[in-house]
Design a protein around this ligand. Structure first.
Ligand code: AMP
Length: 328
């Protein structure tokens, strides 16, 4: 599928001596795994090429994946091929110097909000961008070199973005590619320890979140996490944002959201939206966001917008329940 796009990207990678890899803001396992995984693949295949990832966004839960590269002079961008992974629109690219690159490639599995790039390869149905990178490797395996290091990064992204291979987007391909990576003898014990172990204080924070969670009339579960509450538990914004997962298995709640006060100058509130069956990306788009059908993000600025968003989500769930059977 999409052989021509992939071939064009391979040709570009071959053509350039210097390649810069870009990802989205608020890093996750997939954008880190796909950039680091692709870098490892390129370096193993063509050791003489220069490949840089210049981002270095702090993330405690992903710190085990290691640091990125140091900043390079702007002139060096001008001669480089830029490859943006896992990012639906240019505004979300973390290193905005991508504009300095000579040519730009987009590889992504999000619903496109923006058709950027001189060459784009987008497959919305893929469970992760890492899965696409493995597909890329598999398509050109006679020419590319897979390593244990690359496999470890790519597997991490596949595991995290697919909800541990649980989401609907997981296909036969996902499992075949996961198998291909496991054949590289990656260390899943260390990976899962890094993903699951929690500090005692965070468990206390979770306990308070469970007490505070609420449900709207028709089944939208939500949490509001103020800056004060975060400070009380000494929890980072990122750790607080992870609380969305506490709401993901409530019977009858087809949609769930976490509102997290960021504490920035504009007093913005990060919204994480998730759902089962019901599509919520268009709702997120109405609140400065977007994403996938059942996993989106948005930003609101006050309690009035929080209430309005909850009201609209409640109406979506109501309509879904009235017009469908078999939901859980
Ligand atoms: P999050 O809850 O922030 O992890 O977001 C869930 C999904 O929606 C991720 O795949 C994000 O890439 C995407 N997303 C989050 N925020 C935005 C935004 N402002 N615009 C477009 N997509 C977003």
């Amino acid at each position: 599928m999409n052989f021509e796009q992939k071939k064009a990207i391979l040709d570009k990678i071959k053509e350039y001596d210097r390649i810069l890899l870009f990802r989205h803001l608020r890093i996750d396992g997939d954008c880190v795994g796909s950039t680091k995984g692709l870098k490892a693949l390129i370096k193993a295949t063509w050791p003489e090429k220069e490949v840089y990832i210049i981002d270095n966004e702090e993330s405690s839960y992903l710190s085990f994946m290691g640091p990125d590269d140091e900043e390079i002079p702007d002139e060096m961008y001008a001669e480089a091929l830029g490859i943006v992974l896992d990012t639906g629109n240019t505004k979300r690219i973390s290193n905005q110097k991508f504009t300095l690159c000579k040519e730009l490639v987009k590889i992504d599995h999000h619903i496109p909000l923006d058709n950027y790039g001189d060459h784009a390869w987008v497959e919305e149905e893929r469970s992760s961008t890492c899965e696409m990178v493995v597909n890329f490797y598999d398509t050109f395996k006679d020419e590319l070199v897979m390593t244990r290091e690359a496999a470890q990064y790519l597997y991490t992204g596949m595991v995290t973005d697919s909800g541990r291979f649980r989401f609907r987007s997981v296909s036969g391909d996902t499992m075949r590619y996961a198998g291909l990576l496991l054949d590289q003898d990656i260390d899943t014990d260390v990976l899962y320890a890094n993903l699951y172990l929690e500090h005692y204080g965070y468990l206390k924070f979770k306990a308070e979140m469970y007490k505070r969670m609420k449900i709207t009339e028709n089944g939208v579960a939500y949490l509001y996490i103020s800056k004060t509450l975060r400070e009380k538990h000494d929890i980072s914004l990122e750790a607080a944002s992870a609380a969305i997962s506490l709401l993901d298995s409530i019977r009858g709640c087809l949609c769930w959201m976490a509102f997290i006060e960021t504490g920035d100058e504009e007093e913005s509130i990060r919204v994480r939206l998730r759902s089962r069956f019901v599509h919520i990306n268009q709702l997120a788009e109405q609140y400065r966001g977007g994403g996938h059908a059942c996993a989106s993000g948005a930003t609101v600025y006050n309690r009035r917008e929080v209430r309005a968003l909850l009201k609209q989500a409640d109406a979506l769930v109501k309509e879904y329940k009235e017009t469908h059977e078999g939901w859980l």
